[in-house]
Design a protein around this ligand. Structure first.
Ligand code: THU
Length: 171
């Protein structure tokens, strides 16, 4: 046992260290956003009322702005068979990609209707779907995470939420 831990420490020193850097902005002042993004934020928050979350009571809404100016919205949709539940982000992406296949997304806002100390980041499945949506349109889009208390985090790209992502280039 002792021998094992000594060789482990030694091999760490032989390995090259890498670091990943991501950055995001935060604000509580919606006036910093373009007027159309301010509308997006308001509509995202209001849309949480449409969430179908009878099991978790964790209501999530997401809305996106297409480059053509149209706003699309989605919520989480739960099921008595829990694994069937779908997150708001993926409800929305499926809607956007299938109904507006040629329109690019410029920004997506995500809101959780719960008193929490900070905005809620999307789950791993949603991050993977967001990265694919960005790759599909060959253009980054911003992500806003909105908390009930009014704090907003802005990520410049979905990729920032999923460093070292798996993507279609590997296939
Ligand atoms: N949920 C989302 O809608 N988005 C996420 O990124 C995390 C989780 C939903 C799924 C489920 O209906 C509820 O939140 C609790 O997990």
């Amino acid at each position: 046992m002792e021998q094992f831990s000594i060789s482990f420490v030694e091999s760490i020193h032989l390995m090259k260290e890498h670091q990943l850097h991501i950055q995001y902005r935060s604000t509580t002042d919606t006036s910093v956003f373009d007027p159309n993004v301010q509308v997006l934020i308001k509509e995202t928050i209001a849309f949480a009322a449409n969430a179908y979350a009878p099991y978790s009571n964790f209501k999530v809404s997401a809305a996106l702005l297409l480059e053509n100016g149209k706003i699309l919205k989605g919520t989480n949709v739960e099921n008595a068979s829990y694994p069937v539940c779908i997150c708001a982000e993926r409800t929305l992406l499926s809607h956007a990609i299938s109904n507006y296949p040629t329109d690019k997304i410029s920004i997506m806002a995500i809101y959780v209707d719960k008193d929490l100390p900070a905005p809620v980041p999307p789950c791993g499945l949603c991050r993977q779907s967001l990265v694919e949506a960005e790759a599909r349109q060959n253009q980054k889009f911003k992500i806003l995470l909105i908390s009930k208390s009014g704090t907003i985090l802005q990520f410049e790209s979905c990729g920032d939420l999923l460093p070292l992502a798996f993507n279609g280039d590997f296939l």
